[in-house]
Design a protein around this ligand. Structure first.
Ligand code: ADP
Length: 303
């Protein structure tokens, strides 16, 4: 029997905690606000953005969908990101991919204010994560680790394989697994024998975006399989990267799609936004204190 590693319960806990923290901020007159910037008419993206907005609503935080349209230019998106970065009422920013062909994604990621980079997209955030400094990790990568923890599965001393090496999912997940003392193999589009890279792994994380890519031959008996893939079909279904039927009975545990990594990811995006709002408030308060201290010091010294 393959155990199902659902994410709904954990997502609820994360949202409840974030709700409590948001209520405490509301007492100080702060309403956490998330801005999601998108420039695509891709159906998977629309599905994902709707789930973020719904999670925000349930938690009592504000969520603006800034839809620049599928023909937006790098300049337009850049301008929007800079504006949001300066807006004191916006605490979290997500730049949703895919972006229109020809846009400079690297430059745009760098335009996200790191203090508001709640999905860890700016290379500064990723660098800090790899350097093991405080930073917002990409929410999907954190969701994978949070799900393992929630279901009592420790990566410590285990072998893990990650399929996919994107900077938003595969690479940070691999890094977080190493930080949690797993021995990690990373597979990607140039891996010639995918099954050879994955079939001995105790923990297999798949983040590719190809429905059904992973079948029984890729999975060790009893392995824990985390399916990050979410490909929306035209008839409104959501497909994972793992062929759930094929690995049933072979995998020890598998995350469902939908209902596995997805809800935890959206809950973490909301929690990160509340954390960012609290951190930005604390920093303003500290600046104000420093300013008033220096004014007082000026009085005292007769300046
Ligand atoms: P995501 O946002 O889910 O990480 P991306 O499209 O950014 O998706 O990245 C897809 C990743 O999947 C890339 O790292 C790529 O190397 C990997 N990939 C694509 N096709 C295959 C394949 N056939 N086998 C293994 N990895 C693949």
């Amino acid at each position: 029997m393959t155990r199902s590693l659902g994410g709904a319960e954990l997502a609820t806990t994360i949202r409840d905690d974030a709700s409590g923290a948001a209520a405490a901020l509301a007492d100080l007159g702060i309403r956490p606000r998330l801005a999601v910037v998108l420039a695509t008419d891709d159906e998977s993206t629309a599905w994902y953005v709707r789930s973020i907005a719904a999670a925000a609503k349930r938690t009592g935080i504000l969520c603006d969908i800034v839809d620049l349209g599928a023909s937006a230019t790098t300049g337009q998106i850049h301008g929007t990101l800079v504006e949001l970065g300066h807006d004191p009422d916006v605490h979290g920013i997500i730049l949703q991919t895919p972006l229109p062909d020809g846009t400079d994604l690297d430059a745009l990621r760098e335009a996200i204010n790191p203090a508001k980079d709640i999905d860890g997209a700016n290379p500064v955030s990723l660098g800090r994560l790899v350097a093991r400094l405080p930073a917002f990790a990409p929410a999907t990568a954190r969701a994978v680790i949070a799900l393992l923890d929630h279901h009592g599965i420790s990566p410590h001393g285990r072998t893990a394989a990650v399929v996919g090496r994107s900077t938003v999912v595969g690479s940070p997940v691999a890094n977080l697994l190493v930080q949690r003392n797993a021995t990690v193999t990373v597979c990607h589009r140039h891996t010639t024998d995918l099954a050879a890279g994955t079939r001995d792994a105790d923990i297999l994380v798949v983040a590719v975006g190809i429905p059904g890519l992973v079948t029984a031959e890729h999975v060790a008996d009893g392995a824990v399989v985390i399916d990050v893939g979410t490909t929306a079909t035209t008839d409104g279904r959501l497909l994972g990267d793992v062929d759930a039927q094929a690995v049933d009975g072979r995998a020890g545990a598998l995350t469902p799609v939908p209902g596995g990594v997805g809800p935890v990811t959206t809950a973490l995006l909301i929690a990160h936004t509340v954390d960012a709002a609290a951190a930005q408030h604390a920093q303003h308060a500290q600046h104000a204190q420093t300013r008033s201290d220096s004014v007082l010091a000026g009085f005292r010294s007769g300046v």
